[in-house]
Write a protein that binds this ligand. Structure first.
Ligand code: ATP
Ligand code: MG
Length: 764
């Protein structure tokens, strides 16, 4: 066994192998991107199994996404065989949701509890706000949700929160914290934060249960440790308290979730928390070209402090990294599209080797459009995903009710969907009844007479109650797919969509069918072929983040936020929208700590690339309902030009260390930049008439948009005036639309190529 196990480590370099071989006691691998941290974890688990130091069920590995978990599981199975399948590999949320289902009765929940997403919790909070007389216009439900969530993540309970509350907002939030928790409990529901908070309370109140899990999981592993929050940290600590067999891997320079409560301190104080911890550093990057590694290094140097790390690679020098300037977000998207097509025809890579990353979800729209127009298959991670669509949420709410009828958010969502004559007044009456009798809303639904409803309303509510209870009684026994199909059929959702008979309604109908297919597929069995229940399906749907739905077998370009790209790798990567106010975000530019987090985010983005990396920015972007001029990101101007970056035409990139160029050609200092600079509209309301655009046939017969004053047109041969260069003669015009550019021979400076959208040439 030993030699077989040793052979497994042949896939690792000596330092990685040492980390894998150190199976007893606390171990921390702290190393840069692409250095094989995740790979080392995987091999370590395989080694533990092959050397018979652990049974699969004694292994716990916590990853950041379900996708990462699946990958890790299948790699281990590849290494040591099918018997490894009983390992506990998953995200914190999914592993502890499983624990909670087993132990639910110890904390006063039933094992079929519902998991509320942010949408459900926001609804619930909004409800409570009306009940507690808090004006949702003054304090938004969303901000209350996020305040309570932060408190939960920091393990601050309602009482302590109330004590800390010092301003009108936190006071309002604090008023809602206790009722919110009570409402969740009454609905037999948990929010995401509860999936980590409840296990801690469970373990603290029941030391015997904690003991059991400490004995069960002999070897703990955590990937991306730098992004763990307080509750995750405490859970790890509780579970490792006895045997200390905890192996964490991470990179402080890639910590990008502080805004969600991740605490970099967890990594920085590992030695203190786990005395005698073995610290291992990996220095060789196996992922990226030398140029990419050097650029990443130059990016992160902008941050004041980080753990000392060296990163080098044996890989090729690689192609220069290309910086692309675009005129607008549309132009940027087209450049991305053309470049992808170009690379593919030159090198034969697959679409799935390419990722386009952006800072905010809104940026995906223009990129999607360009790819669609160009016929490039893509998949988008995030945004309005399948499971966020209204019709899907409606159908899911019904299914959740079948499993847990006390789920209030779901009940409210569908009690009148499709319309069945249950109005707002009726719902209020039901709610009053429930509050008065201290029962769940579901109980009120079952006693409409007692709630004092009119005969008509009573009948409608009764019908709904009967429908739900009929299927709820089957939920424990009927096969998931059958139950789902029949139930959804009888809710009238499908008929309602069919009756609407609009293209949108039919598309929605399709979606609901797709959902039912998903249930059927899921019910078919887990990796070991065991049939699965509706309750398990719903849990999977609640916990699977969008990035997890990336299936690797589809050959498509991936579009996603920089945050979602963590831990992944692609041959070709585009990091788009490198503009002030966007990346870094405007609010981050004002705050040194947030600015550093943005820089780490860029670091994460560029280090996803294996072979080719493109950075792009646009001189103008449609934001806040207006086309606005933009300044390229300070992160670009912080780079030392060297030979890292090239412009599109192959020219050298000129860094303007610390300074930026304004759209009128001047220079400014990022530090002193007007924080609203980037908000300047290209069409200020200054009363001046702006150049109107007009499409003309340019000399070469190409359709070109030219910017003209009055009737004068900029075409080859005419004399024009430019604010800085003076007078000159238009020699040629090329490109169309926003890309249109004129080559002008100026008396002062000679030939210049100018983008018409910005040059504001006037015909003289
Ligand atoms: P990140 O910080 O981005 O999560 P990481 O440190 O987890 O990166 P991995 O994803 O484990 O890095 O590894 C990066 C790539 O390098 C993977 O494709 C991996 O298979 C490869 N790799 C790592 N170590 C070795 C090795 N010793 N031999 C060959 N390939 C390796
Ligand atoms: Mg990794």
């Amino acid at each position: 066994d030993r030699s077989e196990a040793e052979a497994l480590l042949g896939g690792l370099n000596p330092v990685q192998a040492e980390a894998a071989r150190t199976t007893e006691g606390p171990v921390m691998i702290i190393a840069g991107p692409g250095s094989g941290k995740t790979r080392t974890l995987t091999h370590r688990i395989a080694y533990l199994l092959a050397s018979k130091q652990a049974w699969p069920s004694q292994i716990l590995a916590l990853t950041f996404t379900n996708k990462a978990a699946r990958e890790m599981r299948s790699r281990v199975v590849d290494l040591v065989g099918d018997e490894a399948k009983g390992m506990w590999i998953g995200t914190f949320h999914s592993i502890f949701a499983r624990v909670l289902r087993r132990e639910a009765d110890h904390i006063g929940f039933s094992r079929d509890f519902t998991i509320y997403d942010s949408d459900d919790t926001e609804r619930l909070i909004k409800e409570l706000m009306t009940r507690y007389g808090i004006d949702p216009k003054r304090v938004t439900p969303r901000s209350v949700r996020s305040a309570i969530s932060s408190a939960k993540n920091a393990m601050v309970g309602p009482d302590e929160y109330a004590r800390l509350a010092g301003d009108p907002f936190t006071e309002a939030a604090s008023k809602l914290y206790t009722p919110y928790a009570a409402a969740l409990r009454k609905a037999n529901a948990m929010d995401f934060d509860d999936l980590l908070g409840w296990p801690i309370r469970l373990f603290e109140q029941h030391p015997d249960i904690l003991k059991e899990y400490q004995r069960r999981w002999r070897f703990l592993h955590i990937d991306e440790y730098q992004d763990t929050n307080r509750t995750q940290y405490v859970l790890a600590k509780l579970l490792a308290a006895d045997h200390h067999n905890l192996c964490v891997v991470g990179d402080d320079a890639q910590s990008i979730y502080a805004f969600r409560g991740a605490d970099i301190q967890n990594i920085l104080s590992f030695q203190k928390d786990y005395p005698g911890a073995k610290e291992i550093r990996l220095e060789q990057n196996y992922r990226s070209t030398q140029r990419i590694v050097r650029l990443a290094d130059a990016v992160i140097k902008g941050n004041a402090k980080q753990l000392d790390k060296t990163l080098w690679t044996d890989n090729d020098e690689g192609d220069p990294i290309v910086l692309m300037e675009a005129l607008s977000e549309r132009d940027e998207a087209q450049k991305v599209e053309r470049t992808i097509r170009d690379i593919r025809s030159r090198t034969g890579i697959s679409w799935s080797d390419v990722a386009v990353l952006y800072r905010t979800n809104a940026q995906s729209r223009s990129i999607e459009e360009a790819l669609r127009r160009g016929g490039i298959p893509y998949r988008m991670v995030g945004g309005t995903s399948f499971y966020q669509r209204k019709e899907i949420k409606d159908a899911l709410a019904y299914l959740r009710l079948a499993v847990n009828p006390t789920d209030e958010a779901s009940l409210l969502r569908v009690i009148n969907t499709p319309t069945r004559g249950v109005g707002a007044k009726t719902i209020d009456q039901l709610r009053d009844y429930a509050t008065e009798h201290r029962v769940a809303l579901w109980q009120a639904v079952q006693d409409p007479g007692g709630a004092g409803l009119s005969a008509r309303a009573s009948k409608a509510v009764e019908g709904f109650g009967f429908l739900v209870s009929r299927f709820a009684s089957k939920a424990g026994t009927a096969p998931a797919d059958e139950l789902a199909r029949e139930f959804i059929q009888e809710t009238g959702l499908l008929q309602d969509l069919r009756d609407q008979n609009t293209p949108e309604a039919l598309a929605r109908l399709e979606n609901v069918h797709e959902l039912l297919n998903a249930v059927a597929e899921f019910a078919g069995g887990d990796p070991t072929g065991e049939p699965r229940t509706l309750s398990e399906f719903l849990q999977e749907v609640s916990l699977v983040a969008d990035v997890d739905r990336l299936s690797d077998d589809e050959n498509r370009v991936t579009l996603m936020t920089l945050h979602a790209s963590k831990g992944l790798e692609f041959k070709v990567v585009f990091v788009t929208g490198l503009e002030e106010g966007l990346f870094p975000l405007a609010k981050a530019a004002q705050d040194a700590t947030e600015l550093e987090e943005e820089r780490r985010l860029l670091y994460v983005g560029v280090t996803r690339a294996e072979e080719a990396l493109f950075l792009t920015y646009a001189r103008s972007r449609y934001r806040y309902g207006d086309q606005q001029s933009s300044v390229r990101s300070r992160f670009l101007d912080e780079l030392d030009g060297e030979d890292l970056l090239r412009t599109e035409s192959g020219g050298k990139f000129e860094s303007r260390r610390g300074r930026f160029q304004t759209s009128d050609g001047g220079f400014g200092d990022y530090g002193k930049m007007d924080p609203n600079y980037w908000k300047q509209s290209l069409r200020p309301d200054d009363g001046k008439t702006r150049p109107r655009t007009k499409t003309v046939e340019a000399a070469r017969g190409e359709r070109t948009i030219v910017y003209d004053e009055g009737e004068a047109q900029i075409v080859p041969g005419v004399q024009v005036h430019h604010k800085s260069f003076g007078n000159g003669k238009v020699i040629s015009i090329e490109g169309a639309g926003e890309r249109a550019a004129a080559t002008v021979n100026f008396k002062s400076v000679g030939m210049k190529k100018l983008k018409l959208a910005f040059a504001r040439l006037q015909v003289v």
